[in-house]
Design a protein around this ligand. Structure first.
Ligand code: COA
Length: 158
């Protein structure tokens, strides 16, 4: 069974991401979550906090590990023996972007394949940017993010 890397900015992790992680954990031997760190982009949450929150939200999945990384996703995958890049698709417009990303990654390392999982329809409306906007309007986030994330955002970003 293959090791899969689910890379992303997770800014913040949402119930949609968690859905993909849960599905992936049942299919793959191991799912590595890679929180991409781009030194040129100031994220909404610091990378270390994102890693901490994702660990908390995924602790029930025994074959899931959480890391941060910079540089290329395919290089991080190779370093950790992951042969699959796991990505989630919510709708047709995700596919356009995701397919392009998959092509680029395949050119960068043909031995690493991208596998798409479709998200549960009840999560299709969720995005990290919607969550960030709702935080700025002090709205409740129960339908969007896992409980530890909601609690952290409520306590720390008032
Ligand atoms: N459920 C909910 N939301 C989802 C989702 C799902 N199943 N799948 C994607 N999203 C949303 C996120 O909420 C986020 O929303 P936003 O744009 O409103 O903030 C958006 O889709 C994408 O976020 P995320 O899934 O965290 O991934 P990403 O597209 O930010 O990650 C990387 C991109 C990190 C994988 C990619 O940039 C990368 O590989 N970077 C490293 C450098 C590299 O290797 N580059 C090579 C290619 S050029």
């Amino acid at each position: 069974m293959a090791i899969a890397l689910y890379a992303g900015s997770f800014d913040p992790i949402t119930l949609g991401h968690l859905d993909i992680i849960q599905q992936g954990s049942k299919i793959f031997e191991k799912v590595l979550i890679g929180v991409a760190f781009n030194p040129e982009k100031k994220g909404f949450l610091p990378v270390d906090k994102k890693v901490e929150l994702i660990k908390e939200c995924t602790k029930q999945f025994l074959n899931v590990e959480v890391y941060s990384f910079d540089g290329l996703t395919v290089d991080f995958a190779k370093k950790h023996n992951a042969t699959v890049l796991l990505r989630g698709l919510r709708n047709a417009s995700d596919f356009e972007y995701e397919n392009q990303l998959a092509e680029i990654n395949s050119k960068l390392n043909p031995n690493i394949k991208t596998v798409f999982l479709t998200s549960n329809p009840e999560n299709n409306f969720i995005s990290s940017s919607a969550v960030r906007e709702l935080v700025s309007h002090k709205q409740t986030l129960t339908a969007f993010v896992p409980k530890p994330v909601e609690e952290y955002l409520r306590k720390n970003l008032d």
